[in-house]
Structure formats: structure tokens, C-alpha cells
Design a protein around this ligand. Sequence first.
Ligand code: 6PG
Length: 251
Amino acid sequence: MTKTLHYRNCQVQVCADLPHLSTAAAQQCVRQISAAIEARGVCHLALAGGSTPKALYALLAEPAYAQQIAWDRLHVYFGDERYVPHDTPESNYNMARAVLLDKVALPVANIHPIPTAAGDARHDAQTYAVLLERNLPVHNHVPVFDLVLLGMGEDGHTASLFPDTPVLNATEQSVAAVYVEKLASWRISLTLPVLNAAQCVMFIVSGSSKASMLRRVFTDTSAQQVPIQRVRPAHACYWYLDAAAAAELTP
Ligand code: 6PG
């Protein structure tokens, strides 16, 4: 059973649990990918990292969904990446390969991991920015994705836009490197202008540990905004929540 709410210009779907959330999100992904290919001949998709989207990605690799996607017209990118080798468990690219990319008929040339091998995160971030500006349509100097998938951390971060980090103000860059003190590690992330320019943004949030932050995100109108509140997509926006994550929300 899915309950639909609204938040800002976004449609919020509250599903019973993670499997139902993943099914609803997979159906929306197929719709958005197909619409982009229909309209522009190609779909540029940025994947979220973390663990929540794994079930969604596994569904997209299943024939019931995979057969609906024109993989040769789809280009896959990443919303952010941990600054680690691509063959390590922490890598978002490594995760996506295992559950999706290595299981579908996506041409290798259509897969665009964030580079992490230069030994300098800022250099790799700039390399990725150049790739985006070359591959994607650009509007007002900002590359425009057709679909961006995003998760949310308990602190209100999304992609690798963590609270109180300089990357939140990197409005002149489409991709930025950031050293995250609390993780003691470097990250590379799409910046807010890119997330906000996307044709469609889908947030995917699951679990009771996210409930109190979600309540804050949906109700707190104070100036002290957490990073995910600063993602205000100019176009289509969807939230896919499970009941546990939405437990503190009121219609
Ligand atoms: C990452 C993600 C990050 C993630 C959130 C939520 O690299 O980890 O991009 O932004 O989406 O931390 O992660 P979970 O879905 O695993 O809770």
C-alpha cells in the first residue's frame, strides 16, 4: 500500500517497506529513462551510492525491468564517490557494478565512474566535470542530467554534500572534491547547481534511523538548512520513503 504526500513541488510516496519502495522507484526510473530517450534520444542518469539503492538497482537488472530499458541509449554516472580505488568495497562504482552494471546490456562506453586514481581528489573532480560538460546538455553553464538518484544520511547529507563543508558553496563548479572531517576521508560529489538543474530528482530514503531527520527536512523552515533541504529541483522531484523512515511525518 502506497500513501502519497506532497512536499514543496515534490511527490512523496510512502511505501510499506524497502522492497515496496524499491519496486515503486524502479517503475519510476523506467518511466523517467524512457521519457528522456523518447524526448532527447539519450538518458543521462546519475546513481546514488550507499546501501539503500542496492535493492532498486538489483530490480532494474531483472528481466522484467531490464527489458523495458534501451540500455544503448542510457549513460550512467555517479552523484558522488568515495575517494578509494574502484575495486574496493567502499566504492559506489564497485557496488553499482556488482548489483546492476555488470548484469545488463549497458555498453562499457556508457558507464562513467568518477575517477579516483590521480592521487588528488581535486584533479579527479575536475576531470569528471570536464566529462559532464562534454557529454551532457548544458544550461547556464550547468550540465543537466535527465535523472539523478539521491539518498539521505541521518545528518541530512545527500551525495557527498555533508553539513558544514565548503562543497555546499561550490556554486561555480559542477563537481567538487571535499575532505569530510567526520569520515576522515575525501569524497567527490556533484554540486548543488547540478542537482537542482536535473530534469528529475528521485530521493530514496529507508529505515527508522532516518525518521527524525526526515521530519526536520519536511517541517523545518528555519534558515539553518541541512544539505538535502538545499536540493530544490527546478523540474520533477520524487521522494520514495518506507513507512519506517516516514514514521514521524504527518500528512
Ligand atoms: C554515499 C552516498 C550517500 C548516501 C547516504 C545514505 O556515497 O554514501 O552517496 O549520500 O546516499 O549516506 O546512505 P544509505 O542509503 O546507505 O543510508
